[in-house]
Design a protein around this ligand. Structure first.
Ligand code: UDP
Length: 344
């Protein structure tokens, strides 16, 4: 059986790797000129720059962790985030230390207004009143202990040599075709016995029902001698960007309190501006609620009728998947073909 995988992001790369290890002939096609999708990072002196926004790995899923650990060692990085709010700079998610910084216990409604309202309106481009629970429920509202970590998962860390290196190891032995035009991969897909598609589902069907809404991002990178006090600072206010981050932390063991840089060295600090997706930018976040969800259901019906194609990943299943969820989804959807494998 000859299998064509479209897209070398996390879903496409995991799928390719699982299929190859199960003995299938796999070819991977990618429209960008590099692998790793939005996890792509590149080395700058002695740290890696996350070219498409910060990627922080965390999971409670043993199978996912075991599988990725075949292709990388991990640092002990545990993510921390501070937020700039009208009440000053505070640790989030809201925990008992936040309470100390704020000077009193905040009610749920106050936390919502302080941490979520402005940020979410910027991020999603919709008024707070229309924000679906799928988004508001993603970040824990309140933590009744002093744990300041952004994630509490059992397994956390960053790939020791960066994400791109981890992807390259997963793809060893698989023919990878980069910079492939959209019409070109369609020709290869037509010749395959099975296609694993990880691109935009609306694009697969030539936008026959119209374009699905996605949020995009614009990055403003700046070289700096000054470090941020913590890896990421969210902007829970009306400034036009949602967060700023210091890339050097992502290659270090601690997300807080970096010492001054040695003479002649710099970090890169990025500000992230959310915006609507169109033909001129990349789709980052699907919007699977309201009209977006209704439109996706129409495309999903078409996808269910495609007997030779399996749709996986954020863009092809139009869902807000974290990294571990994308890995798990690929494992589960390919299980009928590749079996359970040795990672459980
Ligand atoms: N969010 C927020 N304020 C914050 C952090 C998150 O309102 O300081 C909301 C916002 O709607 C965001 C969602 O929670 O889109 C998910 O946040 P997360 O940090 O998981 O975003 P990601 O890293 O996936 O961009």
């Amino acid at each position: 059986m000859f299998i064509v995988v479209i897209g070398s992001g996390l879903s496409g790369t995991v799928a390719s790797s699982l299929l190859r290890h199960a003995g299938y002939r796999v070819n991977l096609f990618e429209t960008r000129t590099h692998v790793a999708g939005n996890c792509f990072d590149k080395r700058d002196d002695n740290f890696v720059v996350h070219a498409y926004g910060p990627h922080l790995f965390h999971t409670n899923d043993q199978e996912v962790w075991n599988f990725l650990s075949e292709s990388t060692e991990w640092t002990g990085y545990q993510h921390l985030v501070l937020a700039d709010t009208p009440q000053g700079r505070i640790p989030i998610p809201y925990n008992s230390q936040t309470e100390c910084w704020l000077g009193r216990r905040y009610r749920d409604q106050e936390i919502r207004d302080l941490i979520f309202k402005d940020y979410s309106q910027k991020q999603w481009g919709i008024p707070w009143e229309q924000m679906p629970a799928a988004i508001t429920g993603r970040v824990p509202m309140r933590r009744e202990n002093e744990d300041m970590r952004y994630f509490t998962d059992k397994y956390q860390g960053q790939p020791k040599d960066g994400y791109t290196a981890m992807f390259e190891r997963m793809l060893e032995g698989i023919p990878v075709h980069l910079g492939v035009g959209k019409d070109e991969w369609r020709k290869h897909a037509a010749k395959a016995d099975l296609v694993i598609y990880t691109g935009k589902i609306d694009e697969y069907f030539n936008y026959c029902y119209g374009r699905l809404p996605y949020r995009s991002l614009r990055f403003e990178h700046q070289r700096s001698r000054e470090r941020l006090p913590v890896a990421v600072i969210n902007q829970c206010n009306t400034l036009p960007y949602t967060r700023m981050y210091d890339h050097r932390y992502f290659s270090e063991e601690s997300a807080i309190g970096a010492p001054p840089l040695p003479e002649g060295e710099e970090t890169i600090i990025t500000k992230e501006y959310p915006m609507a997706h169109d033909e001129t930018n990349e789709p980052f976040y699907p919007m699977p609620f309201g009209e977006g969800q209704a439109l996706y259901q129409k495309y999903k019906k078409l996808a269910d009728g495609e007997k030779k194609t399996i749709f996986i990943g954020r863009l092809a299943t139009y869902s807000y998947l974290d990294m571990w969820m994308a890995v798990k989804q690929a494992m589960v959807k390919l299980r009928p073909i590749v079996g359970r494998g040795p990672f459980v």
